[in-house]
Design a protein around this ligand. Structure first.
Ligand code: NIG
Ligand code: FE
Length: 414
């Protein structure tokens, strides 16, 4: 066992105190064990227990936060959709493109054609962008395979990323993302196929949660409920792409199934928000998709705040609505576009993001939780929301181990 002690730093524990939502501690010390990868002690350096034998690290006066958590991505996918971007800039809507056979289905074609090796090679640079910003946990959805072999390939690639980089990957099965061409006009038959894929992928240990895209261009409330019932019967938690383009009532349905999160939510109704508050469902806000689809309706942040619904912020990294792999940019956009406070934005990529994934062992810094840390050369944690499009020379501890820079790891694996 090796203990590690980080001093000459300040810490934002994200454990809230009265009038201090970030749990700030100046001139702090952080102690962890690199064997079990857990935190042993966090607090003011002056109160550190005496006589510790530990490997010493200096933080050069920077700030330590929990390792960041991107709680909603579609990081593993084939190809890109820049031609659709051009069409949208000329006036076509995201829905028009989807109805004309483009959109998600065009990425399904590219993902089916790609080998696992190709998918991995395409996903790694996106993952590296996240890691270079202090991300230590990333959620990755399937949903561009839409048949059992291609969904399996995507989920396996997502899991394999964690053997190439120091990151924890959580995988979500999103078989009900779009209707694949071979099921055109037969959405119920496709839901039957999704229900058949789920136990198979679950038995392979590839599914941490189950998601559905509930929308006019995707699946109905009743179809969503069929998927949720199957997931719950297998003991799997659910999440929902809800009220992104219209108010389908998906959030209330998801809340009835104790969903971990409802994501997007631009069209969320007051009833939906109240249902989420009662169920303890997290609102995962996705400002990159809002920005890139040039939406004008923002999620009801003031109402979510008033009701005490925890809000997370994620990249939604995907080729259609959010070709973005910067979680720090989401901090800026969350504040500027959605009017989150900087404190709420920081909770959104740490403690509330952990909750959106059902993970009680991270997202805050306190003894017994994972030693997932980011050490930032900044004057105050709010700098992470304030500066945008800039590189921070962050250093990261993941599961108790210092992480080398992504490019070094890439070379090590080349
Ligand atoms: O979260 N809304 C559905 N799914 C993705 C977009 C997928 C795509 O366009 O490829 C999203 O925005
Ligand atoms: Fe998404």
């Amino acid at each position: 066992m090796s203990l590690h002690l980080l001093t000459d730093c300040h810490v934002a524990t994200l454990v809230p105190a009265p009038n201090d939502p970030l749990g700030l501690c100046r001139d702090a010390a952080v102690l962890w064990d690199d064997q079990d990868g857990l935190l042993r002690w966090v607090g003011p350096r002056g109160q550190l227990p005496a006589g510790l034998q530990a490997v010493q690290h200096g933080g050069q006066g920077g700030w330590v936060t929990p390792g960041l958590i991107d709680s909603h991505t579609h990081l593993v996918h084939g190809g890109g959709r820049s031609q659709e971007f051009r069409l949208r800039l000329h006036g076509a809507s995201y829905e028009d493109i989807a109805r004309a056979g483009g959109g998600i289905v065009s990425t399904v074609r590219a993902t089916r054609q790609a080998s696992a090796h190709e998918l991995l090679a395409q996903a790694l640079p996106r993952l590296d962008s996240l890691l270079a910003e202090g991300v230590t946990t990333v959620e990755i959805k399937s949903g561009y395979g839409l048949d059992v072999l291609s969904e399996r390939k995507s989920l396996e690639v997502a899991r394999e990323l964690a053997s190439h980089r120091a990151v924890d990957v959580r995988t979500t099965f999103l078989g009900a993302h779009a209707l694949p061409p071979e099921f055109a006009g037969q959405p119920e038959a496709y839901i039957d196929a999704v229900l058949a894929m789920l136990p198979e992928l679950h038995s392979l240990g590839l599914v941490d949660a189950v998601d559905v895209f509930c929308e006019r261009i995707a699946f109905s409330l009743a179809q969503t409920e069929r998927v949720f019932q199957s997931a719950r019967a297998l003991g799997l938690p659910v999440k929902l792409h809800a009220e992104q383009l219209s108010d389908m009532g998906g959030a209330a349905l998801a809340a009835r199934h104790q969903a971990l999160s409802c994501d997007h939510l631009e069209w969320l109704s007051p009833e939906g928000a109240r249902a989420m508050a009662q169920a303890g469902t997290v609102a995962v806000l996705l400002p990159a998709a809002f920005y890139f689809l040039r939406e004008s309706r923002v999620p009801p942040v003031a109402l979510l705040r008033e009701l005490g619904v925890p809000m997370a912020l994620a990249t939604d990294c995907n080729p259609g609505s959010a070709p973005c792999a910067s979680l720090l940019l989401m901090l800026s956009m969350g504040c500027t576009l959605f009017q989150l406070t900087p404190e709420e934005a920081l909770q959104g990529v740490t403690c509330h993001a952990a909750r959106a994934l059902g993970l009680a062992d991270r997202g805050q810094l306190q003894p017994g939780l994972r030693a997932d840390l980011a050490l930032w050369p900044i004057d105050h944690p709010i700098d992470l929301c304030y500066r945008f499009g800039q590189h921070h020379a962050v250093r990261t501890v993941q599961a108790g181990r210092w992480r080398s820079a992504p490019f070094q790891e890439a070379q090590a694996h080349a």
